[in-house]
Write a protein that binds this ligand. Sequence first.
Ligand code: HEC
Ligand code: HEC
Ligand code: HEC
Ligand code: HEC
Length: 170
Amino acid sequence: MLRNKKWFLIIFSILIFMFILLSAEEEEEEKKPEYVGYKKCKTCHKDIYDSWKETTHALNFQGVLDSTGLDDTTCFSCHTVGYGEPGGFVDTTETPDLVGVQCESCHGPGSLYKKFSIMKDHEKSVANGLYEQTEEVCTKCHTIDQSPDFNYEEAVKDQKGVHIIPEKEE
Ligand code: HEC
Ligand code: HEC
Ligand code: HEC
Ligand code: HEC
């Protein structure tokens, strides 16, 4: 009798444990960040937007149109935002605002971290999809093939590439 009870308890605990695992996984799935496009960021980061707009990143899609048009989709991974990912670029009719290298190409898909309460907390933002700024953020596009002369230390200070960071008024 006692033995049976013990087995029952063991199996019961395993079932509970599996249930918890499964529901945790479901929750993760719901919380995948999606791309939202620069217009959402602009509402709170107007100065940075103004500066980004002048970079070659913001302007770079015309070059693709002029050289291969829209037929060669292999260009989109580096010349649009989030191509093939949730919320990302589909085509110029459906997602005309997601062309070029935008905020989220360097800072990560923003649907979850763009809330004020999350944005002002660095840890929370990172937990919700904000990238830490490292060289790897750049070199997924600035590969040896595409950008043989790329030098991170210099490029990150180059205003043709990265927006200026406005002085805080306080
Ligand atoms: C509701 C307003 C709001 C929106 C929308 C918003 N931000 Fe922010 N963001 C803030 C605030 C507030 C801070 C913290 C203070 C600061 O650094 O300006 C911040 C900080 C940041 C930082 C520095 C964070 C850190 O911890 O290193 C980055 C990068 C950033 N935002 C990018 C974005 C991007 C990209 C988007 C669009 C996907 C976006 N923000 C949308 C308000 C916003
Ligand atoms: C999503 C892809 C992508 C990411 C991420 C990216 N870049 Fe770029 N970058 C490009 C493309 C494409 C161009 C070319 C734009 C053009 O000339 O039309 C470019 C151009 C530049 C230029 C201008 C080169 C010139 O001489 O005109 C600089 C500087 C630069 N990037 C720096 C950076 C830095 C620094 C990072 C990381 C913080 C970065 N990039 C992240 C795709 C990317
Ligand atoms: C792996 C990422 C990647 C892919 C894929 C890619 N590019 Fe680029 N492209 C870049 C980067 C990075 C630059 C900037 C190079 C630099 O200035 O260092 C660039 C620059 C350019 C430029 C501007 C060049 C100039 O001299 O101003 C054009 C036009 C361009 N790419 C078109 C295309 C086309 C068309 C395709 C598809 C056939 C494509 N790219 C695929 C990353 C990529
Ligand atoms: C080419 C990559 C790239 C693009 C595109 C880009 N950023 Fe950044 N951003 C950076 C880098 C690099 C930093 C500096 C990070 C650091 O020093 O920790 C930065 C810093 C920031 C910060 C923090 C400023 C502070 O006070 O420290 C904010 C906010 C921000 N970016 C918002 C944006 C917004 C909004 C856009 C689009 C309009 C954008 N970024 C586009 C690379 C990029």
